[in-house]
Write a protein that binds this ligand. Structure first.
Ligand code: PMP
Length: 275
């Protein structure tokens, strides 16, 4: 296996050499949070926003972390890898129990783990499926508890899809690993943030640039019908960028490929963030 640069509890090593305890609470309870930090031409994209979100996730679970040390480790991983384009996966767990127990011991120490891999930020076109959002009610925390996402996305994969668009009682929440945008001829729309949605960094970056431009953008509560009648749908994430939906299985849609508002958004995003 190729040598993937990694770091575990502050110690840099190749991913193959890192051994973890089965009593890590990341393993027994998904009592852990994570970030995916992209970099392009050796520069991170929206680094401070990713670090701030990681800090918020840690605060939500009362993890005491040294965020400065973590920021240094993430940059160090990128440097050590010599990669130009890629991302760092960084995970923080509450620590390692003496024996599995829901109620944790206050004395356990935070466990940190990260690695860096190459990634090509090429534009993607997606085939998607709608599904009921099966997840818990704190999807705003970037926790590794992703079983709802995993089940729905693999169901979608078995049906020939690349992603899902989830809804709670017909109200669109987000993608399995992305946020949802759509447009008619005049305006771009995206579900507003709530405890059911991860505050995506890519979503935020795009909205900032749209608000500076002459393109109208609205955040609100939208239904499956709003999406099927839209002229364009796209999903956003740190690794996908803006990925156009080209087909929704089992639904009739009004999608026009390469709709002018999608193309304008894509251009704005690439021009401002991928230098
Ligand atoms: N929602 C979910 C559920 C995700 O997993 C992701 C990707 N991490 C996103 C949204 C998009 O977030 P970001 O733009 O910060 O990558």
């Amino acid at each position: 296996m190729e040598n993937i640069h990694a770091v575990y509890n502050g110690r840099f090593d190749s991913l193959n050499n890192i051994k973890i305890s089965p009593l890590s609470r990341a393993y027994t309870f998904s009592d852990s949070v994570y970030e995916v930090i992209p970099f392009c031409n050796s520069s991170t994209i929206a680094f401070d926003k990713h670090i701030l979100r990681l800090e918020k996730s840690c605060n939500a679970l009362s993890f005491q972390v040294d965020i400065k040390r973590i920021s240094i480790e993430i940059n160090e991983l990128i440097k050590k890898s010599n990669l130009k384009n890629g991302y760092v996966y960084y995970q923080i767990s509450r620590g390692i129990d003496n024996l599995r127990s829901h109620m944790f011991d206050q004395d356990i120490s935070i466990e940190t783990f990260g690695y860096v891999v190459s990634h090509t930020f090429s534009s993607q076109s997606l085939r998607v499926m709608f599904c009921e959002d099966l997840r818990w009610q704190r999807c705003d925390i970037k926790s590794t508890s992703l079983l709802g996402n995993v089940m729905s996305m693999n169901d979608a994969k078995n049906k020939g899809c690349d992603e899902v668009i989830m809804h709670k009682n017909n109200i669109i929440t987000e993608g399995g690993a992305s946020n949802v945008f759509f447009a008619n001829d005049e305006c771009v729309f995206t579900p507003s943030l709530s405890n059911n949605i991860l505050p995506g960094i890519t979503r935020d970056l795009l909205i900032i640039k749209l608000k500076e431009s002459d393109i109208r953008v609205e955040e609100g509560e939208y239904t499956i019908d709003d999406l099927t009648s839209a002229k364009s749908i796209w999903l956003t994430s740190s690794t996908k960028g803006l990925a156009q939906v080209i087909d929704v299985i089992d639904k009739k849609t009004n999608i026009q490929l390469d709709h002018h508002l999608f193309k304008k958004c894509e251009e704005l995003f690439v021009k401002n963030y991928f230098k």
